[in-house]
Design a protein around this ligand. Structure first.
Ligand SMILES: [Zn+2]
Length: 159
């Protein structure tokens, strides 16, 4: 495992933890040469999972692509550095737990929206506006309103 900073090969593990799906181990490593700390993920290689696109095309489930979409939505939001990774892990675990060989891309998108919605509402709106390509401002406003309503419910009745 090369250091992303200086490319030295000598690194040591400073922390190791199972993630929620327990098929992934997250390790914090420290470069022995320059002291840079970075994170690696070790995963069990699992059965193929095929995503069926809207146009009927099929492609292997691409975790990196999912992470990058989530990360884009979470840019500069106050969440943990690895929030996108963790959300992707949870989504992949949920997809695999269903035990299906093929899942519609729409379902993957819905799971991503659910995760983001509970993680960060701005990120959720960003993702949803790209993913669902809101028809107009009215539709976007309805979505935002529903978030406010939910928040109101969570905080209890206004005094
Ligand atoms: Zn280094």
């Amino acid at each position: 495992m090369r250091c992303p900073q200086c490319e030295a090969r000598e690194t040591r593990v400073v922390d190791s933890r199972d993630l929620e799906d327990s098929a992934t181990v997250r390790r914090r490593r420290e470069c022995s040469a320059c002291g840079t700390r970075f994170t690696t993920y070790e995963r069990v290689e699992s059965a193929r999972l095929v995503v069926v696109k809207r146009d009927g095309g099929r492609e292997e489930f691409d975790r990196a692509k999912l992470v990058s979409g989530l990360r884009k939505a979470l840019t500069r939001r106050p969440v943990a550095d690895d929030a996108a990774e963790r959300a992707a892990d949870a989504i992949e675990a949920e997809l695999r737990a269903a035990g299906l060989a093929e899942v519609p891309s729409q379902h993957v998108g819905e799971l991503a929206q659910e995760r983001l919605r509970s993680l960060d509402q701005i990120a959720y709106i960003r993702f949803a506006s790209v993913y669902r390509s809101f028809e107009d401002l009215e539709e976007l406003k309805r979505e935002v309103d529903s978030l406010f309503e939910e928040r109101g419910t969570r905080l209890g009745p206004a005094t």
